[in-house]
Design a protein around this ligand. Structure first.
Ligand SMILES: NC(=O)c1ccc[n+]([C@@H]2O[C@H](COP(=O)([O-])OP(=O)(O)OC[C@H]3O[C@@H](n4cnc5c(N)ncnc54)[C@H](OP(=O)(O)O)[C@@H]3O)[C@@H](O)[C@H]2O)c1
Length: 254
């Protein structure tokens, strides 16, 4: 048994934003464990390629749906269909998101609103439905990709940071509500990871490896953790960053 396998591996996994680099790496581990996967993404061609690859890697069942997750009206039908297809759900994994263009968003409210919609409003809609489903059954894990960027607003990415701060606070409150109902809510806070999202950034070759990030995510889900900083160094780093006095912080170029 490898470090990423567990005897009690949940079998039925719904993945929203399945073509994300981090989601794909996580699904490769779950596929090798023989999980049943329902994959949702907005690009049908990429989604078909990911689904084919995961089948080859050992997934016991795969179904897919193409959906733009910004369309919150479509969420109830999409989620009901996915769970029907899986005949249940042990884990819901939310991985979709956009970085946006901070400079543009500073001048254009619509650009800022798009980031907030995709990264906060859409997950709130999805997670509200999923949490109520899990509470009814008194089981299930909802694992969501937030970000260390939500731990403190910085001038270089405060619009994205605000969307993730809102998401982390929402998940924290939800956990406080549903933990006593047998439902686990995991907030995942990655530091910079090598994926398409960060490909154009300076020093991106030094960012965390997506496969080791995925291994940590699978382990945290298996252990029913509340919050995961990944790589782990980001927990003390963000602790320090959150405690820099504002009179100093506001003068830093972060
Ligand atoms: N990479 C990092 O350094 C990092 C750090 C902290 C947190 N995160 C978070 O981790 C998550 C995954 O990011 P990643 O690094 O794996 O980035 P990625 O490879 O760029 O994946 C982002 C995914 O979100 C999908 N998406 C965006 N808007 C969507 C929409 N409206 N409907 C459906 N799908 C949509 C994209 O689909 P398309 O391919 O069709 O565009 C893409 O598959 C994101 O929430 C991100 O904010 C990433």
């Amino acid at each position: 048994m490898t470090s990423t396998q567990s005897s009690s591996t949940p079998r039925k996994i719904l993945v929203l934003g399945a073509t994300s680099g981090i989601a794909e790496a996580t699904c490769r581990i779950w596929a090798a464990q023989g999980a049943s996967l329902f994959l949702v993404a907005r690009n049908g061609e990429k989604l078909a390629a990911v689904a084919k690859d995961l089948k080859t890697r050992g997934a016991s069942y795969i179904d897919t749906a193409v959906a733009d997750l910004d369309d919150t009206d479509s969420h109830p039908a999409l989620l009901a269909h996915a769970i029907n297809s899986l005949t249940g759900m042990d884990i819901a994994y939310l991985a979709h998101g956009i970085l946006g263009d901070q400079t543009h968003a500073e001048q254009d409210f619509n650009a800022a609103a798009q980031v907030i919609h995709t990264n906060l409003m859409a997950p709130v809609s999805l997670v509200t439905w999923l949490a109520n489903f899990c509470v009814q059954r008194r089981s299930g894990t909802i694992a969501v990709l937030s970000s260390v960027a939500g731990d403190r607003g910085r001038k270089s990415n405060y619009v994205y940071g605000a969307s993730k701060a809102g998401l982390s606070a929402f998940l924290e409150g939800l956990r406080n509500r549903v933990d006593r109902e047998g439902v686990t809510v995991l907030t995942i806070k990655p530091g910079p990871v090598k994926t398409a999202m960060t490909a154009g950034m300076p020093r991106s070759e030094k960012f965390a490896d997506v496969d080791s990030v995925a291994e940590s995510i699978v382990r945290a889900i298996d252990k029913k953790k509340d919050t995961l900083y990944v790589p782990f160094q980001w927990r003390p780093i963000m602790f320090a960053v959150r405690h820099i006095p504002e009179r100093i912080f506001k003068k830093l170029n972060l």
